[in-house]
Design a binder for this molecule. Structure first.
Ligand SMILES: *[C@@H]1O[C@H](CO)[C@@H](O)[C@H](O)[C@H]1NC(C)=O
Ligand SMILES: *[C@@H]1O[C@H](CO)[C@@H](O)[C@H](O)[C@H]1NC(C)=O
Ligand SMILES: *[C@@H]1O[C@H](CO)[C@@H](O)[C@H](O)[C@H]1NC(C)=O
Ligand SMILES: *[C@@H]1O[C@H](CO)[C@@H](O)[C@H](O)[C@H]1NC(C)=O
Ligand SMILES: *[C@@H]1O[C@H](CO)[C@@H](O)[C@H](O)[C@H]1NC(C)=O
Ligand SMILES: *[C@@H]1O[C@H](CO)[C@@H](O)[C@H](O)[C@H]1NC(C)=O
Ligand SMILES: *[C@@H]1O[C@H](CO)[C@@H](O)[C@H](O)[C@H]1NC(C)=O
Length: 926
């Protein structure tokens, strides 16, 4: 039990992304979030009925005001307060610490109670993320409305938004989040959610919720109907092994039969137009729960059909098992009708009337709206927080289209996330310096920050916005000079820069006279460059760099390669390893007999040292003049660095025409062969093996970035450079392109030509020729994606596409199973895979600064491994989708946990809920 606790905590609060995600603990030990909206103060309370802890909503939204309901409505014990949102069109609650890809039940309750004293009942919409959820129609001050949705979350958080549609002020009383196993309610998936219409505990005068239902669904009592007679048992009713709804026994223990077997049981449900698309009627999903509650004598038979609108709904007649629930349901939403009439009719052979124990009705809503790209959302959130923008910016910045944030201009494509192409914050009262987050909005074409109180200098990072054509900084208090990158952009006329009325800007030097002179005109387009000034600055920084480098040489044991190796490569290499002669190599490789690999520099041969140690001999081919430098660089570097996840060098040969490196032998070859599995002999790597390999190669890279002095950039991270030994331990090889850089001074290494491998190349490097260790992180992200998907970095099916795009597209639709390598045959933990894929996508962020460091990547992978270990240990995973074959999930845990909490509170009294409107639109009984 202890390990389950730990695991649940890990999943619920931290997950694999835990290191990054430091939010307030919103989730309780069951994974529940329970919010009493409008509750003042900071402490919550335990609900008398459920014993669940309800917290105030202050940490979830920064909009709206707390209001108390009118005294005349306070007779009831709960829902004394609401949060009301008189300002702004869309106001949202952000629910954090959720598990990416998991299915959740989210429930909002609305009890108006005439809190505003005007006795006008509002109608408004609620959204889940960027998708319409339902219209809330308050018809009575005393009647709580329940809105409930079962949906798969495609992020670590989700927003519940209240949207003012012009028919009164939105408000909310409570908000509850309950995790479900992914196999439950299979009709709810990444592209479709289920919105509750009715959930009835038939034949009982008790409503049921937590703890009797560990998922805290609310089963509202529906005691009698015309022609019904109640039936019940005190024995526990089981669920079938293939059950995917987990109706609690407390609900299925009661039911109704018709008063005699010649009379059917009827339900009707009218289809209600969807408030979002006024005349469109949504599809409906029905679940009918039936269990035999009587031990029948051998001459008795209870057998019946279920008909929908007069036609057989189930194909066969229904015979029930004693104390075991049978659930009849439609797998696809039914759009067929404006009215659904169900009848349960006994067959002619049946001696007993039909029985039904519980019923659920949902309407299906699409959840295919695409949110704005995560990095743009986080940039906009940073900007919003930094400047305290008062524009009621809430929910997704661009989606849905009608509710895009004011001042934002978004561009929308069919299948890719919307991007921000214009941002107008003119006259918005901004103060402080210009946030570097503006530079993260890569699609930005115009940025208007004019007439604010912005101070400080203009960040050069803005020049990297390659699509930016207009930057308006007029009328601020900016100082310093215009950065060179922006100057270049104005010179080649790709950018119009306005900066008039910034009195402190560029106040000395020639350029500034120009600025002053121009400052009276509305538009000051920068033309002349203070060439001299810029040159001086560049020269100065180069000098400082060189000085620092010199100091570095004295203190560091590794000297920069270019100092050591001259053009011929025949210099005073001082390697610590063994030096081989050509004839020795001939002997070791048995006359260069067996080629085990081919690299850019030549062939790699199999060999054995005198003591029998198997080695790989990498011989530089004579034709490859180009590689001499890199070859020697590799030798030089490898002699110095040692790490268990870097291929080690035993020695080298450097004589006449022979140049060779002798490595440890990696018998299982390169990772790419194992992932692609073209060779029938290679077994498929399991998920755990893949995780270990990812972890080990990440450690190797981290060592290069952090453990070496000076640090190194590998520059050619790819699956064919990750080698496996007999124990499948991963080590990074091929250091031919390795480059050192001095952290103190330069944060990047500039290279004249693009090196590396297509499909793995950092897009920023492609554009700027500047390498940082984040370029390795990018390539490593591609490696992670290959590990998850088994696909090559560049796909051709049906059109050329990078593995990054391919994965993003699928994950945007929440389709994790669609990206996982099918060769693993589903033997993986879905959450672990989500986490790794998510890490990979962070690594492959367009902007280098948004990528994690290798140290962070190692930490993330480490947590994934721990989860996997826990999963294997239990031989069952939490929150596992159908593939895992796990039956012992969240719910089982919750029930086991709570047996000692309260048996007495099983009655969730109707008084507590009042008449529930969801039922009034629900099934009618006849
Ligand atoms: C919960 O129970 C306590 C003690 O029985 C009582 O004072 C309190 O008013 C109850 N609260 C609600 C909301 O019913
Ligand atoms: C709200 O409910 C009332 C009463 O049931 C109904 O007349 C009205 O049409 C509903 N409005 C909307 C927008 O659904
Ligand atoms: C059963 O119902 C039928 C039709 O409603 C009625 O004619 C009949 O008398 C009923 N039988 C019993 C035993 O109640
Ligand atoms: C009713 O019983 C007869 C005789 O046992 C059998 O032939 C028939 O198929 C049964 N009908 C149904 C609907 O089960
Ligand atoms: C930004 O908004 C202001 C005021 O609404 C307007 O005058 C200005 O032209 C806008 N800027 C751009 C770039 O559209
Ligand atoms: C800038 O700040 C000053 C004082 O803080 C204020 O008076 C002025 O209105 C502000 N200007 C703008 C454009 O917001
Ligand atoms: C600069 O400020 C002055 C005085 O506030 C104003 O008259 C002028 O129009 C401004 N110029 C620009 C370019 O905004």
């Amino acid at each position: 039990m202890a390990s389950r606790w730990l695991l649940l905590l890990l999943l619920g609060v931290a997950g694999c992304g835990g290191g990054v995600l430091q939010v307030q603990g919103q989730v309780d030990s069951l994974g529940f979030i329970s919010i009493d909206c409008g509750l003042p103060g900071e402490t919550g309370y335990a609900d008398n009925t459920t014993k669940l802890w309800y917290t105030p909503d202050a940490g979830y939204t920064d909009a709206g005001t707390n209001r108390n309901i009118s005294p005349e409505y306070q007779a009831r014990k709960s829902w004394r307060n609401v949060r009301s949102f008189p300002d702004g069109v869309r106001n949202c609650y952000t629910l954090r610490s959720l598990v990416f890809g998991l299915k959740y039940l989210i429930r909002a309750m609305f009890m108006h109670g005439n809190y505003d004293g005007v006795k006008m009942w509002p109608i408004f919409d609620i959204h889940i993320g960027v998708n319409y959820w339902q219209t809330v129609n308050i018809t009575d001050g005393d009647m709580p409305v329940i809105a409930e949705i079962i949906t798969v979350i495609s992020g670590e958080s989700v927003q519940v938004c209240l949207v003012n549609t012009g028919s009164g002020t939105p408000f909310i009383s409570s908000l509850e989040v309950r995790p479900l196993k992914n196999k439950l309610y299979p009709q709810s998936d990444a592209s479709q959610a289920l919105v509750l219409v009715a959930r009835a505990n038939i034949g009982s005068d008790k409503s049921i919720r937590y703890p009797d239902d560990p998922h805290d669904r609310i089963w509202i009592k529906l005691p009698t109907g015309y022609g019904w007679s109640p039936i019940s048992t005190t024995y526990e009713v089981q669920n079938d092994v293939n059950d995917v709804f987990e109706a609690p026994s407390a609900v299925t223990q009661t039911g109704v039969t018709s008063i005699n077997s010649s009379r059917p049981i009827f339900f009707t449900q009218d289809a209600q137009p969807n408030g979002n698309a006024k005349d469109l009627v949504p599809g409906y999903v029905f679940m009918m729960y039936m269990a035999e509650l009587q031990l029948l004598p051998s001459n008795a038979l209870r057998q019946f059909y279920i008909k929908l609108n007069g036609k057989l709904w189930n194909t066969k007649t229904l015979g029930l098992k004693y104390l075991e629930t049978t659930v009849m349901y439609n797998e696809k939403p039914d759009y067929a009708s404006h009215q659904y009439i169900f009848s349960l009719e006994a067959t002619t052979n049946s001696t007993l009337p039909p029985i039904v124990n519980a019923l659920e009705i949902f309407s299906a809503v699409p959840t295919t709206g695409i949110s704005t790209a995560a990095q743009e959302v986080s940039a906009m959130t940073t900007i919003k927080d930094k400047y305290q923008v008062k524009k009621s910016w809430m929910g997704d910045p661009c989606a849905p289209t009608n509710y895009a944030w004011k001042g934002l201009h978004c561009s929308y494509a069919v299948s890719t996330p919307p991007t921000i192409k214009g941002l107008n914050l003119s006259s918005s009262g901004l103060s402080g310096n210009i946030s570097s987050s503006f530079a993260s909005l890569k699609g930005l074409q115009y940025l208007d920050l004019s007439h604010n109180n912005l101070t400080g200098s203009i960040p050069d990072a803005l020049s990297q916005l390659s699509l930016l054509t207009l930057l308006d900084l007029t009328g601020n208090q900016l100082s310093g000079s215009i950065p060179s990158g922006l100057l270049r952009r104005t010179q080649d006329e790709s950018l119009t820069l306005r900066y008039g009325n910034n009195t402190n800007l560029c106040s000395n030097g020639n350029s500034c006279q120009l600025a002053k002179k121009k400052s009276n005109s509305m538009v000051a387009v920068y033309v002349a460059v203070p060439v001299f000034l810029v040159l001086m600055v560049v020269l100065l920084s180069v000098l400082i760099c060189m000085r620092r480098k010199k100091q570095g040489i004295i203190t560091n044991s590794v000297r920069p390669q270019n100092e050591v190796i001259n053009r011929n490569g025949h210099t005073s290499l001082q390697l610590e390893n063994r030096r081989f002669t050509y004839s020795e190599l001939e002997a070791i490789t048995n006359g260069f007999q067996r080629v085990i690999g081919r690299g850019g520099f030549g062939k790699v041969y199999d060999g054995f040292l005198e003591d029998g140690t198997q080695v790989a001999v990498k011989l530089l081919s004579e034709s490859s003049n180009q590689g001499v430098q890199e070859f020697l660089a590799e030798a030089q570097t490898l002699a110095k660095i040692h790490h268990k996840n870097l291929v080690s060098l035993f020695g080298y040969c450097k004589e006449r025409e022979c140049m060779a490196l002798v490595y440890e032998y990696m018998s299982e070859g390169a990772l790419d062969k194992h992932l692609r599995g073209r060779d029938n002999n290679t077994r498929t790597l399991t998920w755990k093996q893949r995780l270990l390999i990812a972890m080990e190669s990440a450690q190797g890279l981290e060592y290069l970035h952090k453990g070496c002095n000076p640090p190194f950039i590998h520059r050619d991270v790819k699956t064919s450079n990750i080698l496996l030994n007999a124990k499948l331990e991963a080590k990074i090889g091929d250091f031919g392109l390795l480059k050192a850089f001095n952290n103190d001074c330069d944060t990047h290494v500039s290279t004249a030509r693009v090196i590396g491998t297509p499909g793995y190349l950092d897009p920023e490097y492609n554009a700027t020729f500047q390498l940082t260790n984040k370029s390795d992180v990018f390539s490593f992200g591609v490696v992670l994606l290959e590990i998850v998907t088994g696909k090559p970095p560049l796909l051709n099916d049906p059109e050329p596409m990078s593995i990054i795009q391919w994965t993003r597209q699928r994950l945007a639709r929440g389709n994790i199973e669609g990206v996982v390598d099918t060769r693993m045959h589903g033997d993986h933990d879905v959450n672990g895979v989500w986490r790794v894929a998510d890490t990979a996508l962070k690594c492959t962020a367009q902007a280098a600064e948004q990528r994690p460091s290798m140290t962070e990547v190692v930490a993330l992978l480490h947590e994934c491994l721990e989860l996997e270990a826990a999963r294997n240990h239990m031989n069952a995973g939490f929150y596992t989708a159908g593939s895992g074959g796990n039956v012992d999930g969240y719910g089982g845990y919750a029930t086991g946990m709570l047996t000692n909490v309260s048996q007495s509170s099983s009655a969730f009294e109707m008084e507590h809920l009042g008449r529930v409107p969801t039922m009034s639109t629900g099934p009618a009984v006849r």
